[in-house]
Design a protein around this ligand. Structure first.
Ligand SMILES: [Cu+2]
Length: 177
């Protein structure tokens, strides 16, 4: 009986190895490590934005950090501290050639941002409560004015307050560049 058992164990090891290799390949692709001229093996950093019923700073129904400045090629993992949230990019709040993204309620997604600019996103159930956020990629000023204009058109006083608050933070980042 020993031989078949050994054989099965060996097959399992091989299967596990293949699976690991597969995951590694998938991971490389997902991290944007595609071989491109001038950007060989450019490993981006990974950041986390979390959806909260109550954020660490006390804000209700908010992303944290709601304003995040990253480098081109970096990835943002969108996580949920509580149920009932999602992440959805605003079509009108991204640079030309930028990435659109979105998840269902409770779905945690990872997004790699290759194109510089400002990206706005929101939580669909709580948009009226101002549950929005901004990812600033590299030189994010490229489309900042347009994102500001579109943000100002969001409906409701709570959203308007958040836009004010977040653009104050963005202005501080901008002055530091
Ligand atoms: Cu929400």
């Amino acid at each position: 009986m020993k031989l078949p058992i050994t054989s099965v164990a060996s097959e399992r090891r091989e299967a596990a190895f293949s699976r690991r290799e597969g995951l590694m390949l998938f991971g490389l692709g997902a991290a944007g490590l595609v071989v491109r001229p001038g950007r060989l093996m450019a490993a981006g950093e990974t950041h986390t934005v979390t959806a909260h019923n109550r954020a660490p700073d006390g804000a209700q129904m908010a992303f944290a950090p709601a304003v995040l400045h990253i480098a081109p090629g970096d990835t943002v993992d969108f996580r949920h501290a509580d149920r009932g949230h999602n992440v959805q990019s605003f079509d009108e709040m991204q640079p030309d050639g930028g990435v659109s993204f979105g998840g269902t309620i409770g779905e945690e997604i990872s997004v790699t941002f290759d194109v510089e600019g400002t990206y706005g996103y929101f939580c669909q159930p709580h948009l009226a409560m101002g549950m929005i956020g901004y990812v600033l990629v590299g030189d994010f000023t490229i489309n900042l004015d347009q994102v500001r204009t579109t943000s100002n058109a969001l409906r409701g006083p709570m959203a308007a307050r958040r836009v004010e608050e977040y653009f104050e933070q963005i202005a501080l980042i901008g002055s530091g560049v």
